[in-house]
Design a protein around this ligand. Sequence first.
Ligand code: GTP
Length: 381
Amino acid sequence: MLVGGKGTRLRPLTTHTPKPMLPVAGVPFIAHQLARAAAAGVTRVVLATSYLAEVFEDHFQDGSPYGIELVYLTEKEPLGTGGAIRNAASGLTCGPDEPVLIFNGDILSGVDIAALRDSHLAAGADVTLHLTRVEDPRAFGLVPTDAAGRVLEFLEKPETPEQIVTDQINAGCYVFTRSVIDRILAGREVSVERETFPELLESGALLRGVVDTSYWLDLGTPGAFVRGSADLVLGKVDSPAVPGPTGEALLLPGAEVDLGAVLSSGTVVAEGASVAAGAIIEGSVILAGAVIGPDAYVKDSIVGAYATVGARTSLDGAVIGDGAIVEADNELPSGLRVACGTLLPVGAVRTTAGPGGCPAGQVSAAAVHGSGQTRSEVASR
Ligand code: GTP
């Protein structure tokens, strides 16, 4: 599993926690992947770590509670997705002709892992890619295939309509024949999507795509992260790591929600977090120890661990970093991210004109005090 990326699109949540360790529906995201891999018969997993590597081992140890043997291989400097696969090969124990499953550590999917492996073996492929179909493929790597599933080419993030030749995209889960991994150059940064796959194709290797249209979501952005968490809580995607869909909000042990608060289904309130009377939480993730004040309104947002959202403050599609304090009567617009440990004083950010406020649609960040963060981080979108 590739879990060493910096997760820049999810900052500031990834300041202290690597993306694959962020809790989704109450457990670190890769716990879902590990549980699904174990259910498909995988017994040994190499975690290719780099950024904040120690967080994984502290949590998962040797993997025994998950019924899986876990091995950690850490890159001093991130080697990219291809370099990480090459580096992790030293932790593999299988023979040269055996299949190796590779997962990006940020994909929530219902792909049939065993079927993907079986298809790889039956076709005698060098690499088999899980492909999914999306309505708008522009932000993804396109992978057209022929009728037999043979990959024809790799098109990264098409820019013109003519380049959109298929709706099949690389879904971030692969099967490599073990010996093929040795063809990736060792000791340098390599992108599996941009370098390894096109080079293998060019050299005549057999690359196949298997289209599996079950649930699929890349959790790399705040909006997707919130949606994926809610989908797990609501049972729209199965995970053996979640006891069962609640159909409601998920309150983890020690969460305190006042009876006068309203939580939409799919919302998660984590351990030790509290929600005061009159607050409305819609489709959001409230991380451990966070405090939501009276009459606050939190929509499609993520509130970091031990952060505070003050009375009557409203968030819409916002991300609040760990330990940040957004005091009362702030109105944070969609996309606003507040850096970890920052203090936003009472009424510092408003999006509509009020007495003495700025015109509608503008943001006034009048007084911002941080702990080492710059003002641009506070207001970055
Ligand atoms: P962004 O910075 O937001 O793009 O996130 P990211 O750093 O995680 O990159 P990306 O989403 O492209 O990565 C896909 C998967 O590969 C994720 O699970 C990453 O953890 C992993 N990954 C990306 N780069 C590296 C790397 O250099 N080393 C390792 N071991 N894993 C990586």
